[in-house]
Design a protein. Structure first.
Length: 262
């Protein structure tokens, strides 16, 4: 019997469903759905590890099969949409980020879907992104409903992208100035106290406009709750990707909009 192919994980939608490839004795000519409690104990399916998340999860998990040649070589995993506000605390009855991490470790590709005009992310989404750590090379960010975006929303997106780029430079500079072993706490406090100097150094080195930098007092307040030593190093490829997007992709996208003054 043909083995189930590794899943492709698709993030942040409305439903959790797994569509395995057609398998002899299981697919047939008709579509069928298999409840999570059943699919998790089938020896020929790769989902037995999900039993560790208990019945609360398995009762919401479902496997759908259908006879289609595409599904002979790929498995899709469609996760629930992440929650925000009070729903994050009251409407999850299982370890959501644990399940995401379980699938992420076994998949070949992870698609994170964002509405481009809804750029803020919830605490649960932050935890989901953290749970994907170690799978960075698999992740692709998709701007969902991008064809519905107007010029004002693109402008907001560009502002956020520029801010994220500067944030990465600041974090990298702070990380570089931390000692390897001794005096970490004292150095962190010095950097926080001299945050204006750090901003100025980043601005000079990368020729960045001062108006793009965050509010220094708010940044200092947030920074004091983190350990600078644990920050990631700057990844030049990611900075280049942002530059390419701002320099080429966004202008190309804007060309698709009709000039309101024509």
């Amino acid at each position: 019997m043909e083995a189930v192919k590794p899943p492709l994980m698709e993030g942040l939608d409305d439903l959790l469903a797994v569509k395995p490839p057609s398998m002899e004795g299981l697919s047939g000519p008709d579509e069928r759905s298999i409840p999570g409690n059943t699919i998790a104990v089938q020896a020929n399916m790769p989902f037995s590890g999900l039993t560790t998340f208990g019945g609360a999860f398995l009762s919401k998990f479902e496997c759908s099969q259908m006879p289609h040649p595409v599904l002979e070589n790929i498995t899709f995993v469609d996760t629930p949409g992440v929650l925000s506000g009070e729903k994050q605390r009251t409407q999850r009855s299982y370890d959501f980020t644990g399940v995401i991490s379980w699938f992420a470790a076994k998949c070949d590709l992870i698609l994170l879907l964002f509405d481009p005009h809804k750029l803020d992310i919830s605490d649960e989404f932050k935890r989901v992104i953290s749970s994907l750590r170690g799978n960075d090379d698999k992740i692709r960010v998709v701007l969902n409903k991008a064809d519905q975006v107007d010029t004002q929303q693109i402008n907001e997106f560009v502002k956020r992208a520029r801010a994220a780029k500067i944030h990465a430079y600041i974090i990298s500079q702070l990380k570089k100035e931390m000692p390897a072993v001794i005096g970490k706490a004292k150095t962190q406090q010095r950097l926080i106290d001299n945050l204006q100097g750090v901003f100025a150094k980043v601005q000079r080195e990368f020729h960045l406009p001062a108006g793009d930098f965050p509010n220094i007092e708010h940044f200092r307040e947030i920074l004091s709750t983190y350990s600078i030593d644990k920050f990631e190093k700057l990844k030049p490829k990611m900075i280049q990707a942002v530059d390419d997007m701002l320099g080429y992709d966004i202008p190309e996208l804007l060309n698709n909009f009709r000039n309101p003054y024509d």
